[in-house]
Design a protein around this ligand. Structure first.
Ligand code: ADP
Ligand code: MG
Length: 384
């Protein structure tokens, strides 16, 4: 990083920061219902090297895209620059908006988090950038402020209304643990995750179905209808987080069918996520895997956010010996499957995918493996 930076920008870098991608193991579509999610940081990471400049110019180079862009720090416009610059420009602009003294800078990006591959390369880039720029500016933000700033950069500059999870886990994950996040209180519990001879495998379907946007808005609306139903019975209910799976089951006949099945997923998924955290803590990987596969069924049948390709990969992978469980991860309608498997089964999974999965033309499924990685850090700094 140091040599590439010096070659390109003709000055020495002042700071090197890194931030991991993430994959959600269980707890899907629970975040906006004030519930629980259980992601890990990936071993795939984004690295950023940076140094301040004497003027107000920003120069940013992405190694993966082999693209360099330059703008005056106060004059970045989304329309004038490639979209990937929004993540860096957004973090820099928001730091200045909160009063941080930050002038021009040079910044180099290098990453093995596949972009658009469901591992949140966007959050990794924001967090690594924010750590590097705050170091240059000689300040250090509280974790929650840093998370919120990066999330706002993603909302307001990149135009993606993401939840709380991605930036939280990229910043605050700890190696060898899963990250149980309470999306209501923001409380984090680190769940020891000793995989032994097992590993998590992430398989990208290669598809992203367009209907996702409208369908997500509709699911949120249906969840609100379910909340309204239960609030009439108990005024304390603020979100589906406050409703038990048993309560949904005993009212299912009186409710409208769609809000009922959405509530069935969310309430059972919250309970599964807590049970999965307990299984992991107890080292019961078989139980953890079964809960993953149950989660997939619930997302497919009750929440209806899966698709043919996701279902096909889950079916193929769970039939391989040594696989403990598999499910879609992320919003759905395409994206990735995550599976827990014995390491020795990984070649068999690859073989089964190649021979049985029917990917879209020219977009073969891609497979990555990871153990629970560590959260973001500054690896080198010469700031005063
Ligand atoms: P995900 O976060 O799931 O990977 P997103 O669409 O949210 O997918 O973010 C991917 C985008 O983030 C890329 O299209 C690109 O604009 C930006 N990005 C991620 N990694 C890099 C990188 N190494 N260099 C430049 N831009 C990157
Ligand atoms: Mg993203």
């Amino acid at each position: 990083m140091r040599d590439s930076f010096a070659d390109r920008f003709r000055q020495r870098c002042r700071v090197i920061a890194r931030a991991p991608g993430r994959v959600n193991l269980i707890g899907e579509h629970t975040d906006y219902n004030d519930g629980f999610v259980l992601p890990i940081a990936t071993e795939q990471e984004t690295w950023v090297a940076a140094a301040p400049r004497d003027d107000q110019t920003v120069r940013v180079y992405s190694t993966e895209l082999d693209d360099q862009q330059t703008w005056p720090i106060d004059d970045w416009q989304a329309a004038d620059f490639p979209h990937w610059t929004a993540y860096v420009a957004g973090v820099a602009a928001l730091l200045r908006l909160r009063g941080t003294r930050l002038g021009g800078f040079d910044l180099l990006i290098r990453s093995d988090v596949p972009p658009g591959g469901g591992l949140s390369s966007s959050a990794a880039l924001e967090i690594a950038t924010a750590l590097a720029l705050t170091d240059i500016a000689d300040i250090s933000l509280e974790p929650n402020e840093l998370i919120d700033l990066c999330r706002k950069a993603e909302h307001d500059y990149a135009g993606v209304p993401c939840g709380l999870m991605d930036q939280s886990v990229s910043l605050a994950a700890r190696s060898g643990t899963a990250f149980l996040l309470d999306c209501r209180s923001r409380e984090i519990r680190y769940i020891p995750c000793d995989l032994g001879d097992h590993v998590f495998v992430i398989i990208d379907t290669g598809v992203r179905h367009e209907l996702a946007g409208g369908e997500y808005a509709r699911r949120q609306q249906e969840c609100r209808q379910a909340v309204d139903y239960f609030r009439r019975l108990d005024p304390q209910v603020r979100a589906l987080r406050d409703v038990s799976f048993d309560a949904v089951r005993s009212h299912i006949k009186q409710m409208d069918p769609l809000p009922a099945s959405r509530a069935k997923h969310v309430t059972s998924e919250n309970e599964r996520t807590l049970a999965a955290a307990e299984a992991l803590r107890a080292g019961d990987l078989s139980r953890f895997g079964r809960l993953m596969t149950e989660s997939h069924r619930s997302l497919r049948d009750d929440y209806q956010v899966s698709c043919r390709e996701l279902d096909q990969i889950v079916r193929i992978v769970t039939a391989v010996e040594g696989v403990r469980g598999a499910r879609m991860t992320g919003g759905g309608f395409g994206g990735c499957v995550v599976a827990l498997t014995r390491e020795t089964s990984v070649p068999w999974i690859e073989h089964a995918i190649v021979h049985q999965y029917q990917p879209p033309p020219n977009r073969p499924a891609k497979l990555l493996r990871t153990h629970p990685g560590r959260g973001a850090s500054i690896e080198f700094s010469q700031s005063t």
